[in-house]
Write a new protein. Structure first.
Lengths: 255, 110
């Protein structure tokens, strides 16, 4: 820009006053100038601060429209994201409750199967059969009859001595006693069965039944209890060859 | 010297008071500031030329501010406020540049 000394309203003194005189009249005019310049500084600072503060008020319409579009797009994106997350959360919580239900069902099923398989202890109402056999005349067949009778009467868990009776339990005559699943038992025998006590007791004591047909020398008494504990457990070996088939529901392994 | 002190005082006052610009003044304050800057640079140039006059400066300052604000106001009323503001800023910017060029020649002889 070339030097333009003839700018229209440039504040140039036209009276050509000497410098000494200007310095002399120091007071009012100088103060007025200082006041104006102070006002300028004040206004600059205020305006700068205002420009920092004001976000949208100073923008033009086109800018505002663009910002509005941006905000709208952003809002749409966030809304979509929120709905995604919402459905995800719902899904997860559904899965979790479903898992919980499945877990509960599986636990209940596992305990049922455990009682059937003899891997968990059981307790409940039932009967206790006490067999005295001083002459060792009770054979394995007698105990098997007893167990069958209990099963027919609805026994859910049976224990003879320290042997848990399950579906695959074997009864073998050995010298001086009976081996129940390789557990050597000797008289007197204590049979505990969880189930409907009255039904089982009736079934056992029926005339011509198991109790009545005990071999000579053996004597059995049946006692009904509100709570019978079947604590003996059957060690369940892992199947060596059998694997679950395609059906995902666990089949009772040992029954 | 006193004007420089005044400038400092004004800036400090603005920093300390932290006033908010009234809504009615918001469109005009930026233009008024630019116009006042133009007057101040013109005053500095006149001072260096040795022809500074208080009265001329005061009148120039006030008229600059008022005219600039009035032009913006008129533009707002006519619906061309932003364009007219741009025009005023351009004109004042050119004047500020020319004044600064003169000041530079005085100070640096270049």
């Amino acid at each position: 820009m070339p030097e333009s000394s003839d700018a229209p309203d440039e504040p140039t003194g036209t009276d050509g006053a000497p410098a000494s005189r200007r310095l002399a009249r120091f007071s009012k005019a100088q103060l007025l100038v200082a006041l104006l310049v102070a006002a300028l500084g004040f206004a600059i600072v205020v305006q700068l601060r205002q420009t920092e503060q004001q976000g949208l008020a100073s923008l033009r319409q086109s800018d505002l429209v663009r910002i509005l579009d941006d905000v709208g797009d952003r809002r749409d994106r966030l809304a979509a994201e929120a709905s995604d997350l919402e459905s995800q959360r719902r899904q997860l919580s559904d899965v979790r409750t479903g898992d919980q239900a499945a877990l509960d069902a599986a636990r209940s099923r596992a305990s049922t199967l455990g009682i059937l398989a003899g891997t968990v202890a059981a307790k409940g109402p039932g009967v206790e059969v006490y067999i005295t056999d001083p002459q060792a005349s009770v054979r394995a067949a007698t105990l098997l009859d007893l167990v069958q009778e209990l099963r027919d009467a609805g026994a859910e868990a049976i224990q003879i001595g320290s042997a848990r009776v399950i579906a695959s339990t074997s009864f073998t005559d050995v010298d001086g006693g009976i081996a129940v699943d390789n557990v050597m038992l000797r008289a007197p025998y204590t049979v505990r069965a969880v189930g409907d006590g009255q039904t089982m007791a009736t079934a056992l004591e029926i005339p011509g039944g198991v109790i009545a047909s005990m071999p000579a020398g053996a004597h059995a008494t049946v006692a009904t209890h509100d709570e019978v504990e079947v604590t003996a457990l059957h060690a369940l070996p892992d199947p060596q060859y059998a694997r679950p088939a395609v059906t995902p529901s666990p089949a009772p392994p040992a029954s | 010297m006193i004007p420089a002190i005044g400038l400092v005082v004004g800036i400090v006052a603005g920093l300390l008071l932290q006033p908010s610009v009234p809504v009615w003044a918001q469109p005009y304050l930026p233009i008024a500031v630019v116009a006042a800057l133009d007057a101040v640079f013109g005053g500095v140039r006149a001072l260096l030329d040795g022809i500074f006059d208080d009265k001329v400066f005061v009148v120039s300052f006030l008229s600059n501010v008022i005219v600039a604000a009035f032009i913006v106001y008129l533009g707002d009323q006519l619906g061309v406020g932003s364009q007219l503001s741009t025009g005023v800023v351009v004109v004042l910017g050119i004047r500020i540049f020319s004044n600064v060029a003169a000041i530079r020649r005085h100070l640096f002889h270049a």
